[in-house]
Design a protein around this ligand. Structure first.
Ligand code: ACO
Length: 331
């Protein structure tokens, strides 16, 4: 029972990570934490942090160029650019418009999508729907974050978790029998305040006092988000599989949002997947929010982890609270 009426898939991917590595040992010098605590509770060993002057649009543009090259397309072939991010350069213009200008993608519509860590999978599903309905032929989906600029580096409960990076995928028509097979997208706004940046919009405009009080940084009820993630990540894949008319036993590999190895292990357990079918690069990059699933996808493809004909599941969860699952047959 595929939800797409024509074969729509991913024809090229790319990613970009800043060179600057911050290890757990580096963080031990800033806050009261330890390499052991961070590894045991999260699985993270190091993360990349963008240098001053490198913005979301810069990283997004690099990832997009790599995806275009992989797809053998030019910027002018792109009909629409969707940038999933919560740390765009500014609220207007959108980061997608900045990327459009950087690439010279003159024909492309462009907008940002706000679904936090679920953003890349939300973007893939949205792009797939455009291509399926002949609105657009080639859609560039980007996930990018500069979370290092909205983290309170004095708060050990959040500053150890996040990293910066970008990823991109081009969604287009693929060969018959391949591409997107099933999806799931959802949200529970009642849990929204468990993961928020209180002073980041018009409800509480940032001012000196709010900056002083730390309200312009990420605030997270880690235990609440953890419970939500454990409940959601496996379930969204099961729902997407069901929509695809597939069984758990059909699944060849799983590309989860990279937030915490304990959350990934719990989802893998629910999906009855051995660890060698689950792609994990969290130790190197930490949680890069909207960029995470796309960076994992790009590395999984380039390393040969995903092969032609594989049934691949993607899952994201994050602020909102939001979640998304997608099942594809790899082209
Ligand atoms: N180093 C040392 N100790 C720490 C640190 C740290 N970096 N951070 C917290 N602690 C302490 C706490 O203060 C607490 O101490 P206490 O018991 O004396 O009060 C203790 O460690 C245990 O804290 P918990 O919060 O219970 O630790 P837990 O095992 O739950 O792990 C974590 C915390 C890693 C944040 C976990 O809850 C988690 O991963 N939550 C999900 C986060 C997530 O996935 N977010 C993704 C969405 S992000 C997005 O959408 C942008």
């Amino acid at each position: 029972m595929t939800m797409w009426t024509k074969p729509v898939g991913i024809v090229g991917t790319g990613s970009f990570l800043p060179d600057n590595i911050v290890t757990n040992a580096d963080l031990e010098k800033i806050v009261d934490t330890s390499d052991q605590w961070i590894r045991e509770r999260t699985g993270i060993e190091e993360r990349r942090i963008a240098p001053e002057g490198m913005n979301a649009s810069d990283m997004a543009t690099e990832a997009a160029k790599r995806a275009l090259e992989a797809a053998n397309l030019t910027a002018e072939d792109i009909d629409c650019i969707i940038v999933a991010t919560l740390t765009g350069d500014m609220s207007i213009p959108s980061t997608a418009c900045l990327v459009q200008a950087n690439l010279g993608a003159k024909r492309a519509a462009a907008y940002d999508l706000g679904a936090a860590c679920s953003g890349f999978v939300y973007g893939l599903i949205t792009a797939g729907s455009y291509v399926n309905s002949n609105i657009f032929k080639n859609v560039l989906v980007i996930g990018v974050e500069v979370l290092s600029r909205v983290i309170n580096w004095q708060d050990r409960s959040t500053c150890v978790l996040f990293g910066d990076g970008a990823s991109a995928a081009i969604v287009s028509t693929v060969a018959e029998g391949y591409g997107m097979l099933g999806m799931d997208m959802g949200a529970d706004g009642t849990g929204g305040m468990s993961l928020c940046i209180p002073s980041s919009g018009t409800a509480m405009v940032p001012n000196d006092q709010r900056v002083e009080e730390g309200l312009t940084y990420i605030h997270m009820d880690g235990a609440e988000v953890y419970k939500f993630a454990v409940k959601t990540m496996g379930r969204t894949v099961l729902t997407a599989l069901d929509h695809a008319g597939l069984e758990l036993s059909d699944l060849d590999c799983f590309i989860p949002h990279q937030a915490n190895t304990r959350i990934i292990d719990s989802a893998a357990h629910r999906l009855k997947l051995p660890s060698d079918k689950v792609f994990v690069n969290l130790p190197k990059y930490g949680n890069t929010s909207a960029a995470s699933v796309g960076i994992a996808l790009d590395e999984a493809l380039r390393s040969g982890f995903i092969k032609r004909d594989d049934i691949v599941a993607f899952a994201g969860f994050g602020a909102g609270l939001t979640w998304a699952g997608l099942v594809m047959k790899w082209y």
